[in-house]
Design a protein around this ligand. Structure first.
Ligand code: ATP
Ligand code: FE
Length: 333
């Protein structure tokens, strides 16, 4: 069994995975969304303090499995350095005290392997990763052969939902609440510019759209500084339609170049129903097999880190206590 730890942002999570059967023996996650919501986003220092409380609490429940453990895995990059350090420190301590090898896991590979929790991997696959910090298209041939083929020039898809939510005073994380508001709104009320519409390149940008939404919000704000609920519904619907139109335009371009056999959307924002539906239609039209993570595994969790760790364990891809390092950003894979 492998014990895996995830603390790259605001979720403290630990999982135990059977490396032979892939069975998820144990999985728990404590989210900090409520504590960060008042600030409209994740406060790194607060997140780190909350991990210090939550991780040992979860670990206590895993003690009975300690004799069966073969390795300790932990997310080391990318993410917030101060929160990554909490997980890595715990992993190092466990590795020393239990005399077990250490596995350093790339968080983004974790999002990709959320597709394969308790399942065999299906690769090669073209992957659209939409999360809080990333918007990427990845060509994944194997765990150790992944190529970045498109990314965002500025904000990420999920981040734009968070920022629109913050501007409307709807709290953090923005994705679920903006999607909820959008359901009640008129998506055609506000005309917003689809980013990079004229650009022939497959790349993303969300800062311009965010600013366009800001201007709409300003126009809808009354003298008392209030935006009506009706207007908020319409703003969310119009924004969501445009944010997804951008993803769809670029994904269609990609399909035009070469229709993928296997396609997937992963990351926290892949939970978006509107995005899932449109990607599903595109895949059906092109005869592409679509893979989606279960909703509970879209956002950060240790089960996906454990799933990657199983592959690294098989390949004996271990790291030493001295070599493991946290990194907030990674260049490619
Ligand atoms: P990264 O994985 O890039 O380091 P992260 O771990 O912070 O970033 P995730 O946990 O994968 O990000 O995803 C969280 C993001 O997903 C948030 O920005 C959140 O608003 C967004 N999100 C969640 N649900 C939805 C939804 N239904 N629609 C759009 N965005 C969503
Ligand atoms: Fe993530």
């Amino acid at each position: 069994m492998i014990l895996s730890i995830e603390s790259s942002c605001d979720d403290s999570s630990i999982a135990i995975t059977n490396s032979e059967t892939l069975e998820l023996i144990y999985h728990k996650k404590i989210s900090q969304e409520l504590q960060h919501s008042v600030y409209g986003g994740v406060v790194p220092e607060l997140a780190a303090r909350l991990h210090i409380e939550a991780l040992p609490k979860i670990l206590e429940e895993c003690v009975e499995y300690f004799p069966k453990l073969k390795a300790i895995a932990v997310t080391s990059a990318p993410g917030l350095s101060v929160t990554l350090m909490e997980g890595v420190t715990m992993a190092k301590a466990l590795s020393i005290s239990l005399d077990l090898p250490l596995i350093s896991v790339n968080h983004l590979k974790g999002h990709i392997y959320s597709l394969f929790i308790e399942k065999e991997e299906v690769l090669p696959m073209t992957i659209l990763l939409v999360s809080g910090g990333h918007t990427q298209i990845i060509e994944a041939n194997s765990l150790n052969d992944m190529n970045l083929i498109a990314s965002t020039m500025d904000d990420s898809f999920g981040e734009s939902f968070d920022k629109v939510s913050k501007m409307l005073g709807l709290g953090y994380p923005g994705g679920p609440v903006v999607q909820e508001y959008a359901l009640k709104g008129d998506e055609n009320r506000f005309e917003l510019p689809v980013p990079l519409r004229q650009s022939p390149n497959i790349e993303f940008s969300y800062s311009g759209l965010k600013n366009a939404v800001r201007l709409v919000i300003e126009k809808c704000t009354n003298e008392d500084g209030i935006v009506s609920e009706e207007d908020k519904y319409d703003i969310c619907a119009s924004f969501q339609k445009t944010a997804i139109a951008h993803i769809m335009q670029k994904t269609k371009k990609l399909f035009k170049q070469k229709v993928p056999t296997n396609f997937a959307i992963v990351g926290g924002a892949s939970a978006n129903i509107y995005l899932r539906t449109q990607i599903e239609e595109l895949c059906v039209k092109n005869g592409t097999t679509l893979y989606l993570s279960q909703l509970k595994y879209c956002s950060d969790n240790a089960a996906m880190i454990g799933r990657v760790a199983v592959e690294q364990y098989k390949q004996k891809e271990f790291t030493s206590l001295d070599d493991i390092d946290v990194q907030s950003r990674l260049k490619g894979f």
